[in-house]
Design a protein around this ligand. Structure first.
Ligand code: ATP
Ligand code: MG
Length: 366
């Protein structure tokens, strides 16, 4: 997939930018707070219903303006489409080739992008919810069916929690059964995805870190040992049954896929407790590479890769390993750094260079 051109207006600190990125490497460099991540975010939003940063729409519109616009010419499967996004405080509108798009599924797969940003590494150290959010987003990216069952699960969960809070609990059993049924689908899809990603992770960890440690990603849903939907459903029913007393006491569903965690391990030890900062960064980057590879296989085309703030993320050796690997792949890459790094430019052939300053972009050649 490729972004052939992008025009951004009144988006965060960008008043008006219009660029034609290079087919392979693009470097966006500039001092802190100039709009580098903002531009990556605008690109990301062309293909995704949610930003990788905040999901609050009003923050995206430039201060003092009513509406932000992002228009991109995207290429996938040899076909070019124009994607237009209008963002207002009240909502967002998407058009593909001038036609309004109302369902997330219509935009799905038009412009896949994988982001690696400083914030991502934080998910190793933060609580389970941030890893779960990552997992849900990643599964959805490659599996559009996931969105539907995930939404159903959330809706049923809300209903069940509502009943748990009320004094009249008529119908609780029915909602519990529904929750187990959709929960089983959520878990089955997550398990399938994690198995595929884990199979690729080790390879990419070695590519980036060069180390011999074994990296492992695992998803062990609470109370569930099976991987087949009907059996998962039965196990979830048992879990909800065991938890019912405490659910009633707390007025909420205290266990289930909405509370599950994703485990990261290096040499079978939890990465959070034993991994160095560098190992944690390499692990998350390897995870993103595995995700990229998986999207490539699913869609038959590599997604865009958005590497935010590379100067602060990896040491010189790991950066070099990463760049060396990326040059062997047909991927359009956007990298942001604070300096026009000679080492990076030497490693990235025909890199298009843009200087970012005060929300403006200047093309400096390739
Ligand atoms: P760093 O190197 O520190 O990561 P950056 O170049 O990536 O910097 P961005 O995060 O892209 O910086 O841009 C941050 C700037 O955008 C900040 O100065 C912030 O005040 C500004 N900004 C964010 N949202 C808006 C908005 N809605 N309207 C105007 N300016 C905004
Ligand atoms: Mg930034």
């Amino acid at each position: 997939m490729r972004l052939c051109s992008v025009a951004v207006a009144d988006f965060r600190n960008i008043s008006s930018v219009n660029i034609e990125p290079g087919e392979r490497f693009n470097l966006l460099y500039g001092l802190n707070g100039q709009g580098k991540t903002n531009l990556l975010e605008a690109i990301y939003l062309l293909g995704s219903p949610r930003s990788f940063r905040s999901s609050r729409l009003p923050e995206l519109v430039r201060h003092g303006e009513r509406q932000a616009r992002i228009i991109g010419m995207v290429e996938s499967g040899g076909i070019q489409n124009s994607v237009r996004l209008d963002i207002e405080t009240a909502g967002r509108k998407v058009e593909i080739d001038g036609k309004a798009v109302h369902k997330a599924s219509e935009l799905h797969g038009k412009l896949n992008a994988v982001v690696f940003s400083p914030d991502d590494t934080g998910m190793v150290r933060r609580g389970p919810d941030s890893r779960r959010r990552y997992l849900d987003r990643a599964v959805y990216m490659e599996d559009i069916g996931y969105l539907h069952c995930w939404h159903s699960y959330q809706r049923i969960l809300k209903q069940r929690n509502h009943l748990l809070k009320s004094s009249d609990r008529t119908g609780l059993d029915i909602w519990t059964e529904k929750l187990a049924e959709t929960g089983a689908e959520v878990i089955e899809r997550r398990l399938r995805f994690v198995a595929v990603l884990n199979g690729k992770l080790q390879h990419y960890y070695a590519v980036i870190a060069g180390g011999s440690e074994t990296s492992r990603l695992s998803y062990q849903p609470d109370g569930v040992r099976s991987s087949e939907r009907e059996l998962i459903r039965e196990e979830l029913l048992e879990l909800f049954g065991r938890q019912q007393r405490s659910d009633e006491r707390y007025g909420t569903t205290t266990a289930g896929p909405h509370r599950d965690d994703l485990a990261f391990a290096l040499d079978d030890r939890p990465l959070k407790a034993f991994g160095s900062q560098g190992q944690q960064k390499s692990f998350v980057l390897a995870l993103k590479m595995a995700e990229m590879d998986n999207l490539h296989e699913t869609f038959g085309e590599a997604p865009l890769l958005l590497l935010d703030d590379m100067s602060s993320e990896l040491d010189a050796q790991r950066n070099h390993n990463l760049m060396e690997f990326l040059t062997t792949r047909e991927i359009q890459v956007f990298i942001t750094t604070t300096e026009r790094s000679p080492a990076l430019l030497a490693a990235a052939p025909h890199c298009a260079v843009f200087h970012v300053e005060g929300g403006n972009l200047t093309f400096e050649g390739s």
